[in-house]
Design a protein around this ligand. Structure first.
Ligand SMILES: NC(=O)c1ccc[n+]([C@@H]2O[C@H](COP(=O)([O-])OP(=O)(O)OC[C@H]3O[C@@H](n4cnc5c(N)ncnc54)[C@H](OP(=O)(O)O)[C@@H]3O)[C@@H](O)[C@H]2O)c1
Length: 346
C-alpha cells in the first residue's frame, strides 16, 4: 500500500507504494487515515531512531479516520465508525501516514459530532500526554465529565501552557478543579488563557523572577507541577526549593522521560510521562493502555460536551501522504504550531 517510510535512522521521509498490507489482530481496528497531525516525535524518531522497533518505519501517530475492518474480539466499534486517538509509534502498522493503519480498540474513541475529523486528528497525543501526567502522575482525581468539581484554591503549575500538550494539561487540571498558573512566552499568553490558565508567567524572565511570581500567585496552594517542555527543569528545581517548607506532599511530572533529575527539594514525588508504548499490542504495555483507555472515557465526553477545547492548528495547504514530510518541516521550523495534513478522501 501507499504511504511514507523512513528506511533507517536519519534517512529522509519518502513516498512508497510498497508498504505491506495489514490485517488487524483480535483487539485491533484497521483504519483508513483521513487526517494526520504532526507531533515533535515524528522528526525526533526520524533523526534518532528512538522508539522504532523495526525498519522501514512509517510516521504519524495522531490520526483520525474511518474503520474499514475490525479484529475478531472487537466489540465497541464497527466498520464505518469515525475514530481518533494516539495510535502509538514505531511498531509495524502504527504509522498513520499510510493508506491503512492499526488502532488498538481500548485506546480508541469515536469522533464526537461537534468536532470535525481534522479537529479530531489533533487531540489524541496532546490530550493523552496531558492525562497521563495530570491524572496519572500528579495524583489529581479524574473528574466526572457530567458533574465537574468546583475550582478549589489548589494550584497546578504547567510549564509551557501554550504548547499542544501544555494547553491540554492546563485544561484537564482546570476541569479537575484546580487553578492553573502557566509559564509561556508572550506570544502564547492568549492561548494559555483561552485554555483556562488563571495566571501566566513569561518563561524568558530570570528564573528568580518567575519563582517569585509563582509563589506570590499560588500563596501556599501549589503542590503539583507539570513540565510539558523538557526545557524547564531549572525553573522546577527553584520553585520546589522555594515552596519546600509549605505543608503538603509535592508532585512533579515531565514529558522528559530520559533524564535523571536527581533529588528534588521537599521530598517531591516525581513520575515521568511515557506515552511512547501506547497502543502497542504486547502484554507488557497493558497497564499503560488500561490507564489511557480509562482517560479516553473521560476525554471523549468532555470533548463532546464542548468542555474540552480542541487546540489551535493549521490545516496544511497541500494534501496526500507526500505532504506529510513538508508539514513536519514546517512544524519543526516553528513556522506553524500544530500542522494537520489531509491524507486521502473519506
Ligand atoms: N514523554 C512523552 O510520552 C511525550 C508525549 C508527547 C510529547 N512529548 C514531548 O513533549 C514536548 C511538547 O510537545 P508539544 O506537542 O506540546 O510541542 P509544542 O506544541 O511545540 O509545545 C512546546 C511548547 O514549549 C514551550 N517552551 C519552550 N521552551 C520553554 C521553556 N523554557 N519554558 C516554558 N515553555 C517552553 C513553547 O512555548 P511558547 O509557544 O510559548 O514559546 C511551546 O509552546 C515535546 O518535546 C514532545 O516530544 C513527550
Amino acid at each position: 500500500m501507499k504511504g511514507i517510510k523512513v528506511d533507517q535512522v536519519g534517512s529522509e521521509f519518502q513516498l512508497t507504494e510498497d508498504l505491506p498490507n495489514l490485517t488487524p489482530g483480535p483487539n485491533q481496528l484497521l483504519v483508513k487515515p483521513i487526517y494526520g497531525a504532526v507531533n515533535p516525535v515524528d522528526e525526533m524518531m526520524r533523526g534518532s531512531g528512538l522508539l522504532v522497533t523495526s525498519w522501514p518505519w512509517t510516521p504519524c501517530c495522531d490520526v483520525a479516520g474511518t474503520v474499514v475492518q475490525v479484529g475478531s474480539d472487537v466489540t465497541r466499534f464497527q466498520v464505518g465508525d469515525q475514530v481518533f486517538g494516539c495510535q502509538g509509534v514505531g511498531f509495524p502498522g502504527s504509522g498513520g501516514a499510510a493508506e491503512r493503519c492499526f488502532f488498538r480498540e481500548d485506546v480508541t474513541a469515536k469522533r464526537p459530532d461537534n468536532i470535525s475529523l481534522a479537529d479530531a486528528a489533533t487531540v489524541g497525543c496532546g490530550s493523552e500526554t496531558a492525562a497521563v501526567g495530570v491524572w496519572g502522575c500528579l495524583s489529581v482525581a479524574m473528574p466526572d465529565p457530567q458533574n465537574l468539581p468546583a475550582v478549589s484554591d489548589e494550584w497546578v503549575l504547567v510549564l509551557g501552557g501554550g504548547g499542544n500538550v501544555g494547553a491540554y494539561a492546563v485544561q484537564l487540571a482546570k476541569l479537575s478543579g484546580y487553578k492553573v498558573i502557566a509559564t509561556v512566552s508572550p506570544k502564547s499568553v492568549e492561548a494559555a488563557k483561552a485554555s483556562g490558565a488563571d495566571e501566566t508567567v513569561d518563561y524568558n524572565l530570570p528564573i528568580e523572577d518567575q519563582v517569585a511570581k509563582i509563589k506570590a500567585a499560588t500563596k501556599g496552594g501549589l503542590h503539583r507541577i507539570y513540565d510539558s517542555t523538557s526545557a524547564g527543569i531549572n525553573t522546577v528545581k527553584k520553585v520546589l526549593e522555594a515552596i519546600k517548607d509549605e505543608p503538603g506532599q509535592k508532585y512533579f511530572t515531565s514529558v522528559n522521560d530520559w533524564e535523571d533529575f536527581g533529588t528534588l527539594a521537599g521530598d517531591t514525588k516525581f513520575l515521568a510521562i511515557s506515552l511512547g508504548p501506547v497502543a502497542r499490542p504486547n502484554p507488557e504495555h497493558n497497564q499503560l493502555n488500561a490507564d489511557v483507555a480509562k482517560y479516553m472515557k473521560v476525554i471523549q465526553p468532555l470533548l463532546a460536551s464542548g468542555k474540552l477545547r480542541v487546540g489551535d492548528y493549521t490545516l496544511f495547504d497541500k494534501t496526500g501522504f507526500e505532504a506529510f514530510p513538508e508539514a513536519v518541516k514546517l512544524q519543526s521550523s516553528g513556522g506553524a504550531k500544530k500542522v494537520v495534513v489531509k491524507f486521502q478522501d473519506e
